[in-house]
Ligand binder design. Sequence first.
Ligand code: PBG
Length: 328
Amino acid sequence: MAVFPLTRLRRLRSTEKLRSLVRETALSIDHFIYPLFISEEITKPQEIGSMPDVYQWPLKYLEKEALRINSLGIPAVLLFGIPKRKDAVGSQAYAKTGIIQKAIQIIKSQVPELLVITDVCLCEYTDHGHCGIVDKNGSVQNDASLELLSQMALSHVAAGADMVAPSDMMDGRVGAIRKALDEKGFTTKPIMAYSAKYASGFYGPFREAAKSQPQFGDRRSYQMDPANSREALREVNLDIAEGADMIMVKPALAYLDIIRQVRDHTDLPLAAYNVSGEYSMIKAAAQKGWIDEKRVTLEILTGIKRAGADIIISYFAPQVAKWLRESL
Ligand code: PBG
């Protein structure tokens, strides 16, 4: 009787031992970054309505949360700040006593082994909610914003941040930040560039979480058009030329082809941001009993890795840590 090729492949799928022996992609908690929202406006942790199990944290509770994250084996956090006061130039973004500057100091003094990466962007700190400063017509001023973003990055590393992650998508920001850090002697602090950041509907829940909804217009003049992929490579090339140490693609799920193209295009470490909307969709469907949360989450995260991401930034990180431990 003839043996069909398919039958031979099936032999390698017949037991869990064999399946795991030939498995090409594996998730490890070592490659996860967990985003954390730190708020100056609250005194108790506050769950984000559209993101079940994700909280805004007041500084008072941060040490405890950092210890928990560290004990789960998650290597790094990505910090977002929600300041009490917002103004046209986002001054709390680069104030020495700003919420993130304080948060960095708390984590690095209490849980020094936890890597602290900070989001560098003005949208949570400006009263108009745009990622840079705007002129009187409401258009974002690219070059004038670079100065403020550099100050922001500098204040984060001065407070002890291990890495900065500019997410604003202004042109030239990586070079400007690199120059500012080097001039002050922070030559060993790396930059993770949100190189290919798309103007995406998947950021909806984040904007509730970070209170960063633009008050007028949208972000399409500085974030990328979801229809474009070659442009992503041009953005990546620019960021590499300006000194990026790591590249990010964001969002992840609807952009797996971009992750793959960037992976094949550069040897730099590549991160993918499994953003808020991707999280909320799974949570909502799981709450309704329509999908199996663990199975679907691990399938999506494995897909992101398989597409070529080395690192995944995800609100699922604590859950993944527990699931991966259970399976040991
Ligand atoms: C901008 C920023 C955004 C996200 C991370 N950094 C929102 C935006 O550009 O509107 C989105 C992250 C998410 O949706 O999880 N500071």
